[in-house]
Ligand binder design. Structure first.
Ligand code: AMP
Length: 436
């Protein structure tokens, strides 16, 4: 399949060629023809699949087919995204792919002044890429007219629902014409998404490029069992001993992100934190420094990291597991993008076993345990003595039982990932025996 075979117009083909894309990704091959036919689309596609071009290219072509002049306040296409970063990235794609077309676009989100946004809409804009909250503010002030909207895109719709944007989205939809084309993209097909799709979409083409809720195959996943108190040292060790140059590290809280980035800096590893309490300027700066290699580690919370498109990101570390299993899929989707391979390492302490279980249940796959990792029982024995073992845990409670358990997981590993890992495990065990 080539981009030419998708019947894209010459200005779009030229822009795509300049980006160096050789062939459409699976989501593009399926979504582009359906969107060009004017169909509504419900697509399950994770970040890294090329979904942004999957909707942006046909959106631009549809706008150029339906001749219309830019009008004050009235926009022709709207892309709603959960976060500012994602809005900025989609806008970047609109600019890139639309560079040989005459359309104007505007990105709209909170945390920055509203007046320039209002002024641009007054002058007239064709395509708006926005987060729901700020756009609703603007609509309520009469700053935008959605009555002539031709195409609505909901990008990362599952995350918008998670973030509680459903009522804002419903309010924004009220003035939109029924005849519009609607495209809904979501990383996962949850019940809520299916319900939302049923109310928004008309006879949609359903596209799924990966197994439901599956993690991306080319990402190598690994779990390290480690006591909470040992996480920082393990992270520093992993970064230094493996010479990782660009690592995205996830923490559960903003405070945790700040603290860890400070500790890494103190350990001589250039790091910065990115989360919702940081100003837009600080977030943009941290991301730019990370992309340019000025800082080596970006410590992020889930919401802040959503939508980050960082080319060549080989390592993601879950310093803490997310308590929402879907977030794990989103997190590790930051790596292994667009054909590149990636590695996702999770540092799991005793109190996070439930989260690990939830993740493995969602993805339907057992995450291999690092050969360097302690067995879970070892974390219990070296961790805080006061901490009771969780009711349900992968680990047993006595060191003896723990050893038995470790043997078992080796066998499981061997069955899952083949003899290479087993060989490594054997090698690792040998010197230990000598030391004893
Ligand atoms: P997305 O899933 O939309 O966030 O895209 C992930 C990355 O894939 C972006 O860096 C795009 O520039 C890149 N990309 C999109 N389409 C293609 C393609 N057909 N071939 C190679 N890379 C692509």
């Amino acid at each position: 399949m080539t981009f030419e075979q998708l019947n894209l117009s010459a200005p779009l083909l030229k822009a795509v060629k300049e980006e160096g894309y050789e062939a459409p990704t699976p989501i593009q091959a399926q979504a582009i023809p359906a969107i060009l036919q004017g169909r509504d689309v419900l697509a399950a596609a994770q970040t890294g699949t090329g979904k942004t071009a999957g909707f942006t290219l046909p959106l631009l072509q549809r706008l150029s087919e339906n001749k219309s002049n830019t009008k004050k306040y009235k926009i022709r296409a709207l892309v709603l995204t959960p976060t500012r970063e994602l809005a900025a990235q989609v806008a970047e794609s609109v600019k890139t792919y639309g560079k040989y077309l005459p359309f104007s676009h505007r990105v709209i989100f909170g945390g920055v002044g509203i007046n320039p946004q209002l002024a641009d809409l007054r002058r007239g804009v064709d395509i708006v890429i926005a987060t729901p909250g700020r756009l609703l503010d603007i609509m309520r002030q009469g700053g935008i007219d959605l009555s002539a909207l031709e195409i609505l895109v909901l990008d990362e719709a599952d995350r918008m629902l998670d973030m509680g944007f459903i009522n804002d989205i419903k309010a924004l939809m009220k003035p939109m014409p029924k005849s519009r084309q609607t495209l809904l993209f979501s990383a996962t097909f949850s019940k809520e998404i299916k319900k939302l799709a049923a109310t928004l979409l008309h006879d949609p083409v359903t596209i799924e490029v990966a197994r439901e809720n599956s993690t991306v195959d080319r990402i190598v996943q690994q779990v390290h069992f480690v006591p909470k108190s040992g996480k920082r040292a393990l992270l520093t060790h992993l970064i230094s001993s493996n010479n990782w140059e660009k690592v995205l590290v996830f923490t559960r809280t903003k405070h945790g992100a700040n603290r860890l980035s400070k500790q890494l800096e103190e350990a001589g590893i250039r790091a910065a934190a990115i989360h919702g309490n940081k100003s837009q300027g600080a977030r943009t700066k941290a991301l730019a420094q990370f992309k340019s290699g000025e800082i080596r580690v970006l410590v992020a919370t889930d919401i802040a990291a959503r939508g980050l498109d960082i080319d060549q990101l080989p390592h993601v570390v879950n310093y803490e597991l997310p308590n929402v299993p879907e977030d794990y899929v989103h997190r590790i989707g930051r790596t292994g993008r667009a054909g590149a391979s990636g590695e996702a390492v999770s540092l799991v302490s005793e109190d996070e076993m439930e989260y690990l279980r939830g993740i493995e249940k969602l993805t339907g796959e057992k995450i291999p345990v690092s050969p360097e990792s302690d067995a879970p029982a070892a974390t219990a024995s070296t961790g805080s003595a006061k901490k009771p073992a969780p009711k349900e845990s992968r680990s047993d409670t006595s060191p003896k039982q723990g050893r038995r358990r470790r043997q078992k997981s080796k066998e499981e590993l061997a069955a899952e990932v083949g003899s290479k890992i087993l060989e490594k495990l054997e090698k690792m065990d040998k010197p230990k025996k000598k030391r004893r």
